[in-house]
Ligand binder design. Structure first.
Ligand SMILES: NC(=O)c1ccc[n+]([C@@H]2O[C@H](COP(=O)([O-])OP(=O)(O)OC[C@H]3O[C@@H](n4cnc5c(N)ncnc54)[C@H](OP(=O)(O)O)[C@@H]3O)[C@@H](O)[C@H]2O)c1
Length: 230
């Protein structure tokens, strides 16, 4: 797989997504980034085309696909750092509509425009069989995106994301304060549950754009850090 030239980035306004965008645009020979967003982006670049759209409405998908197709007849890769929380979404159904349905709708649009690689920021513990609703949704999304027909699928399963957010998330804030204490205690297979800098996850996602070879690949904390530092 040659280095992707046209990337569809979902979640470009988020903690990880904004850092993915910064990194892609900072590379002198980086790709052209097409970013569907529900609010304007704070940065501009000749290699960035934002598409402000009502992403919540599936009836708008065809129009979004047409706008993307008019900008570029073909895409190379899809990076997804989109998601919400049950608290922010309001209820489980609303969470599902974003973390599973919207992710899959955008993935399907990217695949329809020829993207051969999908890179999904999922979560440690993601499993379609999980008894935990959040992790089950993440696992179902991973499974469904893997079935869409991309040549290569990279599933990123970070632990707690560390970074500065505008939004207040009390549980996450407490966990972050405890991270310097808890990370060293999480050893061996438990390392996957450590906190990890959102920027390291972003760096790993960008590094994966240059990885060749078809298949389905899962990357937990250790693999993400290795990719980020390579
Ligand atoms: N928080 C953690 O510790 C943690 C740990 C492991 C995995 N993850 C997963 O990692 C991924 C990235 O997390 P993050 O913290 O970077 O996410 P984030 O900062 O919450 O950003 C999420 C992105 O999704 C967009 N989005 C959310 N709801 C939307 C909607 N209804 N319509 C359109 N766009 C919507 C946001 O747009 P706006 O900016 O417009 O809201 C934003 O661009 C998520 O899937 C998350 O579940 C998180």
């Amino acid at each position: 797989m040659s280095s992707p030239r046209r990337v569809l980035l979902a979640g470009a306004t988020g903690l990880v997504g904004a850092q993915v965008l910064d990194r892609l645009l900072a590379e002198p020979e980086g790709p052209w980034v097409l970013a569907p967003v529900r609010r304007p982006l704070a940065i501009e670049s000749r290699r960035l085309t934002p598409f402000v759209a009502d992403l919540a409405d599936p009836a708008q998908d065809a129009a979004l696909a047409d706008r993307l197709r008019a900008a570029t007849p073909v895409l190379d890769a899809f990076i997804c750092a989109l998601g919400t929380t049950i608290r922010r979404a309001g209820n489980r159904e609303a969470f599902l509509a974003v973390d599973r349905e919207l992710v899959l709708r955008l993935a399907a649009i990217a695949h329809g425009l020829g993207a051969r690689q999908a890179i999904l920021v999922s979560s440690v513990g993601a499993s379609a069989q999980s008894g935990n609703f959040y992790l089950r949704v993440k696992g179902e999304t991973e499974r469904a995106i893997s079935a869409l027909g991309f040549e290569r699928v990279d599933l990123l399963r970070p632990g707690l994301l560390l970074g500065d957010r505008e939004e207040s998330r009390p549980g996450e804030s407490i966990a972050k304060v405890l991270t310097p204490l808890t990370n060293p205690l999480l050893r061996g297979p438990l390392q996957r549950y450590r906190g990890i800098a959102a920027d390291d996850v972003a760096a790993a996602a960008v590094a994966l754009l240059d990885q060749a070879g078809p298949g389905r690949f899962v990357h937990e904390n250790a693999g993400l850090l290795a990719l980020a530092r390579a």
